[in-house]
Ligand binder design. Structure first.
Ligand code: AMP
Ligand code: MN
Ligand code: MN
Ligand code: MN
Length: 280
């Protein structure tokens, strides 16, 4: 068994179609894949009636706010048709559309036109700053994505627009209400001190969070151990996912992550009682 429970299709900021994503997963010997687009389940809707050899797990990655910090919560194995979930995702997508319109205004003021026309050519339904970064690179305004984030889209960038995401507790509650399990995504990637990270994990567990990602691309052994310790302290399960977006970023390829070691295996996410036999 080889699982990857965090990946993106071109309906958010991934580069592959859902079908291409499944093919790559199969090529990489993945047996259990979750597609977790940013605030969107279009890929899963598209694959609803398709047949494939691996186990596909319903997923989403919800952007939310915790004490004015942007946090990502992955939802796994929930009901795709659940109303509260779909209402939340529709609202989040609207916020994303509103944000790119504001970024476009800022770019136009700087003399860079064409963002909305560029976005209209893409299959995506959930707009992210990655799309804007690609636009800036394609137009030759920025050398690469990193520069686009640093100079334009990041907190100190010229076109930074904050978005008012739902709260952490709303994201977790909605995932639980839809019958899923809430996973705190890439906990070591947030700019938080050790104690702030612990307080995030405590709040996450308090409002019904189920698991922490403890294995993901480029995680260092020290962080991995710290996160594993936190799963024990707060009685959370351990999850894993590459956060795959694009085959060009080979260090984040589908399945290019460690598997559970004996310590994490004991509280691996598929031992969660709410896991309705999707992974066995
Ligand atoms: P958004 O959710 O619209 O804020 O977009 C966030 C996405 O942009 C993330 O999921 C990453 O894929 C990407 N991203 C965020 N920060 C950076 C960065 N500094 N460099 C490159 N990509 C980034
Ligand atoms: Mn992304
Ligand atoms: Mn994320
Ligand atoms: Mn992600």
């Amino acid at each position: 068994m080889k699982a990857d429970l965090h990946s993106h299709s071109y309906y958010s900021d991934g580069k592959l179609s859902p079908a291409q994503l499944l093919l790559r997963a199969k090529d990489n010997q993945i047996t259990h894949l979750a597609i977790t687009d940013h605030d969107c389940t279009m890929a899963l809707q598209e694959l609803k009636n398709a047949k494939f050899e691996l186990t596909l797990i319903t997923g989403v990655e919800i952007s939310c706010d915790w004490n004015s910090k942007e946090i990502h919560v992955v939802g796994l194995d929930f009901d795709l048709e659940q109303n509260q979930m779909n209402q939340l995702l529709t609202a989040q997508q609207a916020k994303r559309k509103h944000r790119v319109a504001k970024i476009d205004q800022r770019l136009v003021e700087l003399g860079h036109t064409g963002l909305i026309q560029y976005l209209d050519t893409l299959p995506c339904v959930s707009y992210t700053r990655s799309h804007v970064a690609d636009f800036l690179v394609e137009k030759g305004i920025c050398k690469n994505r990193q520069k686009a984030f640093k100079n334009f889209l990041g907190k100190k960038g010229r076109c930074y627009v904050a978005s008012e995401w739902c709260s952490l507790s709303e994201a977790v509650t909605t995932i639980n209400t839809a019958g899923g399990i809430a996973v705190l995504a890439h906990p070591g990637r947030y700019p938080l001190s050790k104690s702030k990270l612990e307080s995030l994990v405590a709040d996450f567990a308090d409002c019904g969070g189920g698991a922490l990602e403890v294995i993901y691309s480029n995680i260092d052994p020290h962080t991995q151990q710290r996160l594993t310790d936190l799963t024990k302290t707060y009685s959370l399960y351990a999850s894993l996912g590459s956060d795959f977006h694009d085959s060009a970023a080979h260090w984040m390829d589908l399945g290019r992550i460690a598997s559970f070691n004996p310590e994490t295996k004991k509280n691996a996410i598929w031992l969660h009682p709410r896991w309705h036999s999707s992974i066995s």
